[in-house]
Design a protein around this ligand. Structure first.
Ligand SMILES: N[C@@H](CCC(=O)N[C@@H](CS)C(=O)NCC(=O)O)C(=O)O
Length: 225
């Protein structure tokens, strides 16, 4: 059976959020459900309070990385994380993205993000994030410093992207989706430049927008509003 036949046999109901861009949705039939921060009752079935949440038949999977692992297991034709050493390496890369890259992106886009979310959710977003950071959003916001920090954090990524089209080789895989998840989240809410055009990361990002029939490239962003 080809992977396409296996995958198209399933219908997905995916409740989407920023981290949804981590998910490799290669050729799978899926539907996304719009969700707002405070609609916790809509996630009660999953016993979780954050998105993305994936439902596949009777299976409910929470946490974007767990969803990536589930998709590897359920549709093993083209795994993106692998097992053993491969999984360990991609987990290490996930740490790098979450601890060095996402915080830098946050500094760049936080005020645009506040502006992009539904007006009724802004007070909730401000309260929860300011409690988490122990500082006002205005104090966290520092696009210039964020870009410097991002550039530093991306030095090894830029170097690798001079060697191969994607971090994982000729086609995107787990490491690409993890980095893209964070960068796409920033790109959807802000027109702030993230990396210099001459940086290989910029060309990589443009390539990532085109994969799987440009599912990301066709997504609505702040540029469409
Ligand atoms: N570790 C989780 C984190 C998910 C997460 O933080 N989601 C955010 C949006 S991208 C959320 O749903 N926040 C809900 C809230 O702040 O109430 C994952 O990777 O899926």
């Amino acid at each position: 059976m080809t992977s396409a036949a296996v995958m198209s046999a399933y219908a997905f109901r995916l409740i989407a959020g920023g981290y949804v861009w981590r998910l490799p949705i290669k050729g799978l039939d899926y539907a996304t459900v719009a969700w707002r921060f405070q609609e916790k009752e809509a996630l009660a079935f999953a016993n979780y309070d954050k998105v993305p949440v994936l439902t596949d038949g009777d299976t409910v999977v929470t946490d974007s990385f767990e969803i990536m692992r589930y998709l590897d297991r359920a549709y093993p034709e083209a795994p993106v994380l692998g097992e053993g050493v491969s999984l360990q390496r991609v987990m290490f890369f996930k740490q790098l993205v979450e601890r060095s890259i996402t915080p830098a992106l946050f500094k760049i886009v936080v005020l645009d993000l506040l502006e992009a979310i539904h007006p009724d959710d802004r007070a909730y977003f401000r309260k929860t994030r300011e409690a988490r950071f122990g500082a006002t959003l205005e104090a966290v916001s520092n696009p210039e410093q964020g870009r410097q920090q991002l550039k530093q954090a991306l030095v090894p990524v830029s170097a690798q992207l001079k060697e191969s089209l994607f971090l994982d080789g000729e086609t995107p895989s787990g490491a690409d989706y993890l980095l893209f998840g964070s960068m796409m989240w920033a790109y959807t809410v802000s027109t702030e430049p993230l990396v210099e055009e001459s940086d290989p990361v910029a060309a990589w990002f443009a390539r990532m927008l085109e994969v799987h029939d440009a599912v990301a490239g066709k997504a609505m962003t702040i540029r469409d509003l």
